[in-house]
Design a protein around this ligand. Structure first.
Ligand SMILES: CC(C)(COP(=O)(O)OP(=O)(O)OC[C@H]1O[C@@H](n2cnc3c(N)ncnc32)[C@H](O)[C@@H]1OP(=O)(O)O)[C@@H](O)C(=O)NCCC(=O)NCCS
Length: 204
């Protein structure tokens, strides 16, 4: 892998569009990123629609961007971004499994931060993927601010990072484990409550 890694190329779609790169090339990149995103966004049924009707137009009006890592002709990772006055957000951040742990994620997140002009952008991360972000998050001082049940993936909550709520840090696995534990306890309590309610209804 070592040799290949020296051939990483970074493309910034915002820059390509504003420098009048050939439209067909830009469109191919946009489509290839969509195909790669579907690997990681399998559980979000509206993803494709969000991408084509919200994210892609944003690339052209300058409120959104995608920074792409390439090796030869292959996209190996990308980070998609939203930058408005109100919100600086990492929408999706993904490095393909077999290319992970080669510093591609680190390069992408550095470019994302430079573009957003924000070291602690909002990002939501599936709880079961949180550990993959811990080291990047720690280095940048990212903080867990909330945890929300995922609308699409029942039983798989999303962790809100760098939001505006009460702060906890992503810095230690210990804290992540505690968060997961608290979440599970809460879930069991809710389940028991529902069960009690169900039984009492059935008894009446
Ligand atoms: C998070 C992610 C982008 C990191 O990409 P990457 O190219 O592997 O990142 P890097 O190689 O730059 O690694 C950065 C650090 O994270 C660590 N890391 C990478 N993958 C990891 C993993 N699976 N578990 C634990 N740590 C991991 C690396 O060891 C490295 O630590 P160091 O800098 O202290 O040495 C990648 O793991 C990923 O795509 N995960 C899934 C993302 C996802 O679910 N996205 C959808 C929601 S936005």
């Amino acid at each position: 892998m070592g040799d290949n890694m020296s051939k990483i190329e970074i493309h910034d779609l915002n820059e390509l569009i504003s420098s009048n790169y050939p439209q067909s090339f830009v469109e191919k990149l946009i489509n290839d990123v969509l195909l790669l995103s579907l690997e990681v966004k399998t559980d979000y049924p509206d993803y494709k629609q969000w991408y084509t009707t919200i994210h892609v137009p944003g690339l052209y009006d300058g409120t959104r961007n995608i920074i792409i890592a390439h090796i030869k002709d292959k996209i190996v990772g990308f980070v998609s971004l939203k930058k408005t006055k109100e919100e600086k957000k990492i929408c999706t951040f993904y490095v393909e499994k077999r290319f992970q742990k080669n510093k591609i994620g680190t390069i992408l997140v550095e470019r994302a931060i430079a573009y957003l002009e924000e070291e602690k952008p909002l990002i939501t991360i599936p709880l079961d993927k949180l550990h993959e972000f811990t080291r990047i998050g720690r280095r940048l001082g990212w903080q867990i601010t909330d945890i929300k049940e995922n609308l699409y993936r029942i039983g798989s909550p999303e962790v809100i990072v760098n939001g505006n709520l009460a702060q906890e840090t992503t810095t230690q696995n210990k804290e992540i484990k505690q968060l997961v534990r608290q979440y599970r306890i809460q879930k069991i309590k809710t389940l028991l409550q529902n069960l009690k309610l169900f039984l009492s209804i059935n008894q009446n």
